[in-house]
Design a protein around this ligand. Structure first.
Ligand code: HEC
Ligand code: HEC
Ligand code: HEC
Ligand code: HEC
Ligand code: HEC
Ligand code: HEC
Ligand code: HEC
Ligand code: HEC
Length: 347
């Protein structure tokens, strides 16, 4: 007993003194003075805007669910690129109209439409650790019961990826700041069901935030996200570097009618086979897939349904099929037409 107690005391002393020295979070604003380029790129990307207090979000010109005014909203989730969801003053995600009647409460940016979101449910905001910086599952942010866990900064700040910055800002050096360039570091959030090559599918589309599942299931399973993305920049500012690694395919493509029309490699190799907010047509969602390899077999299936624990689950097979690659644009055509023409693109 004495030994256990002594160990306990030693450990507690270590914890108290240890934590006095440990680096703590200082906030992204503290990084601006010395890293203005990264800061400005990051500001115009989606990462910092993932969850915003109403006081900030109210200037983003977003409409609100029926009956609500800005004074009855605590936070907005997203609203940067695809869709926005709203949190009430108690911290719960809004799932109906203010007066309790049924209403669509997810706003879709691309076409200005609204969708149902868990209609009528009492839905706590339990979305950590993917939307914020320095998440802890304990407690409730701002003391609002619906906000599960606490965090030090809204949105994905510099220190979510680079670690607490107090030591580094006091004495700037390379060795007291963390830089992790693996796909796994991004995949902590850009995943569904864990970091594995099985992208879950629902309603005819791969679900959103599964970039690492898609990447691992497809042709680029060895590439890191930062090979193509500057982690501080918007997706649309991705490096245009397919040709660096695929000389031959890029050269043959220049002779094709699509290239002459200015159509990019990702139009076919990364079609919008995934859905976040809306689908545009049967083969076009709103998120580009990271699977890349196209199967020219007209019988190939994009998805497979299996039975797991008594439930039916659907996963993507790691291939872009010709329906998604071609028919999303060529709506009037069929799969046999696509198969006949697919081999000519890199002729
Ligand atoms: C007072 C200036 C200053 C501030 C404030 C500052 N840094 Fe730095 N940072 C530096 C210097 C100097 C380096 C080293 C550059 C070199 O050696 O090439 C550096 C390097 C870095 C690197 C690159 C490390 C590497 O291995 O290449 C990262 C990442 C970084 N800082 C992140 C941050 C973050 C995040 C913050 C805010 C929490 C921050 N910095 C605040 C000056 C600063
Ligand atoms: C495993 C990490 C993870 C969890 C948990 C998670 N999200 Fe996300 N979410 C993401 C990522 C990554 C994206 C952006 C990439 C994508 O959509 O493909 C995203 C995008 C969004 C967007 C769209 C943002 C925009 O600006 O268009 C909304 C809204 C959203 N999530 C709401 C939620 C809500 C509500 C919850 C909890 C019920 C939740 N998410 C849980 C990772 C996560
Ligand atoms: C989503 C994760 C993420 C966020 C958020 C992030 N960084 Fe980085 N940062 C990285 C990664 C990963 C690298 C290394 C890139 C590589 O290997 O090509 C990096 C590299 C850097 C570098 C080295 C020079 C460079 O540009 O490659 C600096 C400096 C830096 N970050 C500062 C910041 C600052 C300041 C912020 C906030 C304004 C920030 N980062 C936000 C992931 C992030
Ligand atoms: C802490 C969770 C988290 C981590 C870690 C993370 N992301 Fe994200 N990322 C998100 C969320 C959430 C969004 C959606 C933001 C939005 O648009 O509202 C997002 C959006 C993006 C986007 C689209 C942004 C735009 O504006 O077009 C890209 C590209 C991206 N992330 C790349 C990366 C890369 C590369 C890394 C690793 C270096 C990374 N992310 C690490 C959560 C994360
Ligand atoms: C850093 C190098 C690199 C970059 C950049 C890159 N790739 Fe790849 N790609 C590879 C490697 C490595 C493989 C796997 C080996 C192989 O099949 O050639 C691959 C495989 C592929 C395949 C499957 C090839 C096959 O025969 O199975 C396609 C399609 C593809 N890449 C398309 C693209 C597109 C489109 C882009 C740009 C958005 C791109 N790649 C960017 C390195 C790269
Ligand atoms: C109009 C649609 C389309 C566009 C745009 C397109 N590809 Fe392809 N690509 C295909 C199809 C279909 C195949 C499969 C051909 C086959 O298996 O015979 C393919 C195959 C490939 C392959 C596998 C190896 C090969 O040469 O067959 C690579 C690598 C590749 N494409 C890279 C690229 C790159 C890089 C670009 C942009 C410079 C690009 N593709 C643009 C449709 C396209
Ligand atoms: C071979 C290059 C390549 C690799 C590797 C790659 N991406 Fe991308 N990514 C792209 C391209 C190209 C786009 C499309 C950009 C556009 O729409 O203009 C994109 C788009 C995205 C988007 C926005 C999707 C949408 O349509 O809303 C997110 C988020 C993203 N990437 C995250 C990641 C993450 C996380 C990883 C690693 C797990 C990763 N990417 C690896 C090339 C790549
Ligand atoms: C981003 C949209 C887009 C995608 C994806 C796409 N195409 Fe096209 N395609 C076009 C456009 C635009 C033209 C040019 C039409 C014109 O100028 O007459 C075209 C022209 C063609 C033509 C010649 C004209 C015709 O209709 O016979 C063929 C064949 C063709 N595409 C086949 C394909 C195949 C096969 C795929 C998939 C591997 C594909 N396309 C993917 C947009 C697309």
């Amino acid at each position: 007993m004495k030994i256990i107690l002594a160990t306990f005391i030693c450990f507690s002393v270590f914890l108290v003194f240890g934590s006095a020295d440990a680096a703590y979070y200082v906030g992204s604003d503290q990084c601006f003075n010395c890293h203005a380029d990264q800061f400005n790129d990051w500001q115009s990307s989606g990462h910092p805007w993932k969850i915003r207090k109403a006081a900030k979000a109210r200037y983003a010109k977003l409409p609100l669910p029926p009956g609500y005014s800005w004074d009855e909203i605590s936070y907005v989730i997203g609203g940067a690129t695809k869709k926005a969801r709203f949190i009430d003053l108690e911290g719960y995600i809004i799932t109906g109209a203010k007066d309790g009647s049924e209403a669509k409460t997810q706003y879709n940016i691309e076409d200005g439409s609204w969708s149902f979101y868990h209609k009528g449910e009492k839905k706590p905001y339990k979305c950590g650790p993917c939307h914020m910086t320095g998440y802890s599952p304990e407690g409730n942010q701002d003391g609002r019961p619906g906000l599960i866990g606490t965090w030090v900064e809204d949105g994905i700040g510099c220190e979510e990826c680079h670690g607490p910055g107090s030591d580094h800002t006091k004495k700037p050096a390379k060795d007291n700041v963390s830089v992790v360039s693996t796909s796994q570091a991004c995949g902590k959030c850009h995943q569904r069901g864990g970091i594995n090559p099985r992208p879950p599918v629902s309603g005819g589309f791969i679900r959103h935030h599964e970039q690492i599942n898609e990447l691992l299931s497809g042709a680029h399973n060895e590439l890191a996200c930062v090979e193509c993305h500057d982690p501080h920049k918007r997706a649309i500012l991705v490096k245009d570097n397919c040709a660096d690694c695929h000389n031959d395919a890029a050269a043959s493509y220049t002779r094709n009618i699509h290239a002459q029309d200015g159509i990019k490699c990702y139009a076919c190799h990364m079609p919008k086979m995934s859905k976040s907010a809306i689908k545009v047509n049967k083969y076009t969602g709103d998120v580009r897939t990271h699977i890349f390899k196209i199967s020219i077999d007209s019988k190939a299936a994009a998805f497979t349904t299996v039975e797991e624990g008594g439930k039916k689950k659907t996963y993507a097979n790691g291939l872009v099929t010709l329906d998604f690659a071609c028919l999303g644009c060529h709506l009037g055509r069929d799969i046999d037409w696509a198969a006949k023409n697919a081999t000519k693109i890199h002729d």
